[in-house]
Design a binder for this molecule. Structure first.
Ligand SMILES: [Zn+2]
Length: 277
């Protein structure tokens, strides 16, 4: 089955991963900007990273027939340096017209601090001024519930934000309902140990249905599995779910969400043409 991985960090994966993903049916992916494993020192480091995301990865992906898209921001872990964050936010518009840029992300909270909130809101303002979609990282387990609540409150208090153009990622059983109830899209991250497993994601689909829900691998340089979306497909089949339902979650929903960006120019394979929207 053709599928789209809406959240994966290919800068930290090897080329063999592209080949494996292509063989398993991955036809497109989106890569949010994230933390490098260390705090970058200057705005120039981010400019080079954004060049990597907009010039190098699309070419690596294209060699395997995969369409690569990206999102730009400074990560919440680096938001304590508000001055540097502001320099990065001011520089991002240089890249917004590049053909694979879908919006601003993954912005969010990490430890739910005041500075993280300031930098989050300035990113949202940037997205609104440039008519961009937003991809959001919610904190890790111990801070997730409160952080998700804070993020949703900040978004809903800005009247310019259209929830149908925002994807809130890393939802789990205790946060998914809040995200969906307020009209946002929700992403479930399939990790081997933390976040959601494929089985828990299948449970959540069974409870909430497929509307505005997606799954992703969030594959990066930590313990993660780039082929986690196919694992979810197998789990759904094992439970007897229809191909149509599975396809809605792993293919049609990402197409509908990404299709709201003027830069998303997806060409489906001939045998998989579907009408979206
Ligand atoms: Zn990520």
């Amino acid at each position: 089955m053709d599928y789209i991985d809406p959240h994966i960090h290919m800068v930290s994966r090897i080329t063999d991963d592209y080949e494996t993903l292509a063989r398993m049916g991955c036809v497109a992916m989106s890569e949010p900007a994230f933390w490098a494993g260390y705090d970058r020192g200057t705005v120039h480091g981010f400019r080079d990273y954004f060049r990597h995301l907009t010039e190098i990865e699309p070419k690596r992906a294209a060699r395997y027939g995969i369409q690569h898209y990206t999102w730009l921001c400074i990560n919440a872990k680096e938001a304590e340096n508000v001055a540097l964050s502001r320099d990065v936010i001011a520089m991002i518009p240089e890249f917004l017209d590049r053909p694979n840029v879908l919006g601003i992300g993954e912005i969010g909270l990490n430890k739910n601090t005041k500075n993280e909130c300031i930098v989050f809101q300035e990113h949202v303002d940037l997205a609104m001024r440039f008519d961009q979609q937003i991809l959001i990282h919610t904190p890790h387990l111990e801070d997730k519930y409160q952080g998700t609540r804070m993020i949703l409150d900040m978004l809903t208090s800005d009247a310019r934000v259209n929830p149908s153009r925002v994807l809130v990622d890393h939802v789990e059983e205790h946060t998914v309902r809040h995200v969906l109830d307020e009209g946002f899209w929700a992403g479930m991250t399939l990790y081997p140990v933390t976040k959601c497993t494929p089985a828990r994601a299948a449970d959540i689909i069974e409870m909430y249905g497929p509307e505005r829900l997606m799954v992703n691998s969030a594959g990066d340089w930590g313990p993660s599995k780039p082929t986690a979306v196919p694992d979810f497909i197998f789990e759904m089949r094992r439970r007897g779910h229809s191909e149509g339902l599975i396809r809605r979650v792993v293919y049609e929903n990402p197409l509908t969400f990404f299709g709201q960006s003027k830069n998303f120019q997806f060409t489906p394979r001939e045998d998989t043409v579907v009408s979206v929207g």
